[in-house]
Design a protein around this ligand. Structure first.
Ligand SMILES: [Zn+2]
Length: 481
């Protein structure tokens, strides 16, 4: 895990590698009760920084996300963590699999984390969660005398315990409350409830260090959020327009298009290119591994903005190479070359000749991940050298992207509303197990197709089933098994 050294400036990132020198852009306006991506809100008030974990690419929690997060908290603590009339955000945290911080009222009220080995989600509340709802399960009542010590991050010892809810098992996340209903802290139980209630000495809960946060509840809608960020969005749009104007000159004579994937970032890129530069065709590569909603979205966008759509079909090339290579993995991503880059390279040559070139506007953003931070904004694809790429929204966070899409009332991929935050190939090995669980629920037929193909391939190649079952296939290509 990373360690935040100094919020807003520099972060030491432990096993995530290196130092992060970016600024956390997410702020909160306590008058409008909205997130604001600047020091000032459009209402005139100063905003305060929200101490999210870097890289800080928070996004809106859609109704399905809210329902899901509340279900996880209901199951573990018998409580709701996201009220239905407040704005909530989710912030993806670097973790072994999927972990998301939950932001409500300008505070991080908790997190959820997927545990691949146990195939379940874990709820990790923060003390502010009890300002929203009181836990009915896995709570521990402590003596007032122990309050400050727990608040300061010290473990709860047996003499400080008044009672432990019978649902608590060793290793569970628990919430420590006073009899008056104040939350002293959260942590992990060291013993089962039965033992805790009988103990006279020793550690009952290992307290998690409290990170100070400020929960200011208040009703707001997404229209209010757009209003609060009016200037932010205008500024971001103008900056992207300036980036295009400053960098396009050497390539002005070349054919151009916006690379469109059906994802939010390519949609925002398309909008900003249309609004600040000009209308261009969209270029869509059908890898044969797309969600049906992606196809729907490409058609919707094309119709809404009356755009030419250049479709590149990679046909069954993925499945042909699959027979030879087996499933792609994070350390063996042959799939991008087969299903995207090679069809694109051939398309450029067929359409513009051997020395032909194409300019592509691409929705790459630095806040997506630490590795993207260092990427340039204008580059040539290393495999498709005749593609010149420009990233107009490189400096935008996911919240800029969403607010811009909402402001423009643009048609976005419906899968985002169902808790999938990553478009592209449905079985991409870069996805985490938590996302695969969602895809299995929404599109069981796609997952069955994948499971069947991989199982057949494993049978033919004498690979043990556990390699797929454990999720190891995603990280370790077959060669390294
Ligand atoms: Zn405001």
């Amino acid at each position: 895990m990373y360690k935040a050294v100094c919020r807003d400036k520099t972060y030491k990132l432990g096993d995530m590698g290196g130092l992060y020198h970016g600024k956390i852009l997410l702020h909160w306006c306590d008058s409008c009760h909205t997130p604001v991506l600047a020091d000032h809100c459009a209402c005139g008030e100063n905003t305060r920084a929200v101490p999210v974990t870097p890289p800080g690419d928070a996004r809106p929690a859609f109704p399905d996300d809210i329902e899901f997060v509340n279900q996880v908290y209901e199951e573990r603590f018998g409580m709701q963590i996201i009220p239905d009339d407040q704005i909530a955000l989710l912030n993806k945290v670097p973790d072994h699999d999927r972990m998301e911080e939950i932001i409500v009222g300008g505070a991080i009220v908790g997190a959820i984390r997927y545990l691949p080995a146990r195939k379940r989600w874990e709820a990790l509340p923060r003390p502010d969660a009890v300002l929203i709802d009181k836990p009915e399960k896995r709570s521990i009542i402590i003596d007032d005398g122990a309050f400050q010590s727990v608040r300061d991050g010290r473990s709860l010892l047996a003499p400080g315990l008044i009672s432990c809810d019978c649902s608590v098992r060793e290793g569970d996340e628990v919430i420590m409350m006073t009899q008056a209903g104040d939350c002293a802290g959260v942590g992990r139980a060291r013993v089962d409830a039965e033992e805790a209630n009988l103990m006279e000495r020793g550690q009952v809960v290992k307290t998690r260090k409290n990170i100070s946060s400020k929960y200011t509840p208040g009703k707001a809608t997404w229209d209010d959020v757009i209003k609060a960020n009016e200037k932010v969005l205008a500024k971001a749009e103008a900056a992207s327009g300036k980036f295009i104007a400053d960098n396009i000159s050497p390539y002005k004579h070349l054919p151009m298009s916006v690379s469109y994937s059906g994802g939010k970032d390519s949609l925002a890129t398309l909008l900003v290119v249309m609004n600040t530069y000009r209308k261009l065709p969209i270029l869509y590569i059908d890898t044969g591994l797309e969600f049906s909603s992606t196809e729907d979205n490409v058609r919707d966008v094309q119709e809404r903005y009356d755009l030419e759509c250049v479709r590149i079909e990679s046909g069954d090339e993925f499945w042909r190479d699959f027979q030879v290579n087996g499933p792609p993995a994070r350390n063996n991503r042959w799939c991008c070359k087969t299903a995207k880059l090679e069809p694109l390279r051939r398309h450029i040559i067929e359409k513009y000749g051997e020395n032909g070139e194409l300019v592509s506007f691409i929705g790459q953003r630095k806040y997506e991940s630490f590795s993207r931070m260092k990427n340039p904004r204008v580059w040539r694809n290393s495999y498709v050298q005749n593609q010149v790429c420009l990233a107009p929204i490189h400096t935008w966070t996911a919240l800029h992207v969403w607010l811009y899409i909402f402001r423009e009332k643009a048609p976005f991929n419906i899968l985002y509303k169902h808790g999938v935050d990553r478009m592209g190939c449905y079985m991409c090995p870069a996805s985490d197990a938590g996302v695969f669980e969602k895809i299995k629920t929404i599109h069981p037929e796609l997952w069955q197709e994948w499971e069947k193909a991989v199982t057949e391939w494993m049978d033919n190649n004498g690979v043990p089933e556990s390699w797929f079952e454990s999720g190891e296939w995603k990280t370790q290509g077959y060669q390294s098994v």
